[in-house]
Write a protein that binds this ligand. Sequence first.
Ligand SMILES: [Zn+2]
Length: 475
Amino acid sequence: MFDLVIRGGDAVTPQGVVRCDVAVSGETIAAIAAPGVFAAESAERVIDATGHIVIPGGIDPHVHLHHVWIKPDGTPLITAGPEQVGRAALYGGTTTFIDFAYWRDGATAREAIEARDKDFAGKSPCDWAYHIMLHSEPPPEFSGELAEAIQAGYPTLKIFTTNILPSRSGRMIDFGDIWEAFQVLAKHGGLGVIHAEDNDIVMHMYAKLIREGRVGFENLAEVHNQLSEDLSFRRILRLAESVPGTALYMMHVSAGTGVAAIAEARHKGLPVYGETLHQYLIYSARDYQRPNGQIYHTYPSLKSRDDQEALWRGTANDLIHCIATDELCCTLKDKTVGNRIDDTTGGNSGVEPRLGVMYTEMVTRRGYSLPQYVDLVSTNAAKIMGLYPRKGALAPGSDADIAILDPTRRGKLRAADLHETDYTPWEGHDIFAWPVTTILRGKVMVEHGRYLGRPGDGCYLKRKISSRTLAGAVL
Ligand SMILES: [Zn+2]
């Protein structure tokens, strides 16, 4: 007896798109078979998915929940936590996200993880994991602790090559420490997840624009520019090349120069993967001119239309593998409270519409196949981040994380219809399919607009990066 059978949908499986029934027992997928093979009486419950698209739950490998941002007046803005964002994610068909544990001075990696667990455990309705985020001046013993963390199931290390803003310190890691970190990652099977910008160029441009009185946020693309992405990507990729076995995941690629650097590294056979954001694929620096133009901004910055096209080509040519959000969910008031190049709130409120928006842009408008779409919003993240095939696959033995999309659900996105916050950067965006049912490890979390999840439904996912990913052979 199965707990659930999802009947007759077009399922995106590792073997391609097949019209089939998906049977769930407990928390996992028990079997997949031709429609009607499982008798109705063989299941506690049947969901009719005829005419719908059945995909693995979305995976967002880059979110910042319950994250502190300093507002222009110096007071902290704490972004929405996993209760609120997780609920919105599930409404939008995403079942797993990866956030960050802040490994600050004076703490051990273990303490960093435990501190972050307080923000998530018992609160997150989605499954989740952390990248460990290294801060400047890592202590001499960090190498040993990093090796232990990788073995303990925390195998991804976030590294910044810039402080991003002139007012901020403590993010940027110097290249000597990054070199040390790469040696540990390579030896112990970790993956570096990188925010690369050239700090000299970025800080030079801040000083220059401030001197010239051009401080409006609409100039952000001049500060966090293509040259910065070019230099920083090439420098860090070259460093990785010097430590054989170093695998990197380049976060929020925003420029054609970044895509080109990834192409060059992959051409050499290096295990390098690329991520972009739906924000960068859909908006360009021109959108800063629109009313409340800050809502389109995420650091580094929106770039030109040409950059946008290069990013799109990257998604089609195996250079960009994941489309994440860089979620920092806050109100419109907080998102627009800063309006200068040096105080505009970063991040994005977009985890809920991610699957729907990308369906429109990829499948409807650009003719991507359903498997390509699923790879970019779910499967590739699972493969790169050490979650596959538990996550990111509709296959026997995988977790029963399932989103059912209705391709007849069409219309325009409205913030009022979403569950994330009081605005959306995709207001008025066309929708050609929408997740109508979301299942997390066999539990129906959203169905026909009703939310059935609970804050503690999610669990932490310990991870191990596969040897194929580390060798660059997986994608
Ligand atoms: Zn981020």
